[in-house]
Write a protein that binds this ligand. Structure first.
Ligand SMILES: [Zn+2]
Length: 163
């Protein structure tokens, strides 16, 4: 089966079997409200690893999309949320709505070799640790030393707090 790809403004949307993959920028031309039409079995799963930017109009539409999903009783799952979107989720609580974040990227740095890397964190597997605002341990892919979390945990993980 070939996945259908559509382009809305500066956002590319790939329709996979049970989820949508979003790549690019979310602004007013992305029409994110339309994404709800792709919900299956009252579920909408979005892969957000490739979203590099969201502007204020994109945020406005995103909040409308979350509100509409809530009203329609659709469960929204956000997967592989990129760092720029995590910052957005932390700034404006309404951008998360009722959505479940199952994994997200977080900035790490290796003090031994200086490598900086955006690491994918499994929010479900590490739920207990993250609730205590403890960054999951990460091994440096370059030198195998323990990497350090490169932000303030109480700020970066605040979107995971129960609403
Ligand atoms: Zn290293």
């Amino acid at each position: 089966m070939t996945a259908a790809v559509e382009t809305k403004g500066r956002l590319q949307i790939t329709h996979a079997a049970d989820h949508l993959v979003l790549v690019g920028s979310i602004d007013e031309t992305a029409a994110v409200l339309d994404l709800l039409a792709s919900a299956r079995d009252r579920r909408l799963v979005l892969d957000l690893a490739g979203v590099a930017f969201i502007n204020s109009l994109g945020v406005r539409d995103w909040i409308r999309m979350q509100a509409a999903a809530q009203k329609a009783g659709l469960a929204v799952e956000l997967r592989r949320v990129s760092e720029p979107l995590v910052h957005q989720l932390n700034m404006i609580i309404a951008t998360r709505g009722d959505a479940a974040v199952t994994s997200f990227y977080a900035p790490y740095q290796c003090d031994s070799c200086g490598r900086e890397e955006s690491i994918l964190i499994d929010a479900v597997a590490h739920a207990t640790r993250l609730a205590k605002l403890e960054p999951p341990p990460v091994t440096c892919p370059e030198c195998s030393a323990q990497m350090a979390f490169n932000d303030f945990p109480e700020r970066y993980f605040s979107f995971l707090a129960p609403t």
